[in-house]
Design a protein around this ligand. Structure first.
Ligand code: SF4
Length: 135
């Protein structure tokens, strides 16, 4: 596994659900990856119990989940294998499930707010910040 970040191996997982907020979670995760925030990997691999994905999650310094809504499927998939991620739930950032089109401005704004949080804390639900930044 390679490091992608100054803080060690940091992996990010999107719920990538079928809802609009799930799509936004996927887009936000990809944008964060492109910004160098974390290395994106496959939640489905973890959920399927595939050993390579499970071992990578357990071996990472920080795992980050981006969930579209409070059902928090990505967070729970990590917890099932004994990994406590730093969890972002996008509806806590004010977007509404079923009423939020996956527009670039929304994705960028969420990405910026997550970056403004600074270092994610494993095992904690991350609360949204309000300042703007660049993403
Ligand atoms: S967290 Fe919400 S949007 Fe994402 S897969 Fe689960 S139910 Fe769907």
């Amino acid at each position: 596994m390679s490091d992608c970040c100054s803080g060690g191996v940091r992996l990010i997982y999107a719920c990538s659900g079928s809802a609009d907020v799930g799509q936004i979670a996927d887009l936000v995760s990809r944008k964060l990856r492109d910004a160098g925030y974390a290395r994106m990997t496959c939640l489905a691999g973890v959920a399927a119990g595939l050993s390579g994905f499970v071992e990578s999650a357990r071996g990472a310094d920080v795992n980050i989940t981006i969930d579209g809504c409070g059902t928090a499927c990505a967070k729970k998939a990590l917890e099932r294998i004994g990994v406590m991620p730093a969890s972002f739930v996008l509806t806590e950032f004010g977007i509404v499930k079923g009423k939020t089109p996956p527009m670039d401005e929304i994705v960028s704004s969420l990405c910026e707010r997550i970056l403004q949080q600074g270092e994610p804390s494993p095992g904690a639900v991350q609360r949204p910040g309000s300042r703007s930044g660049t993403c």
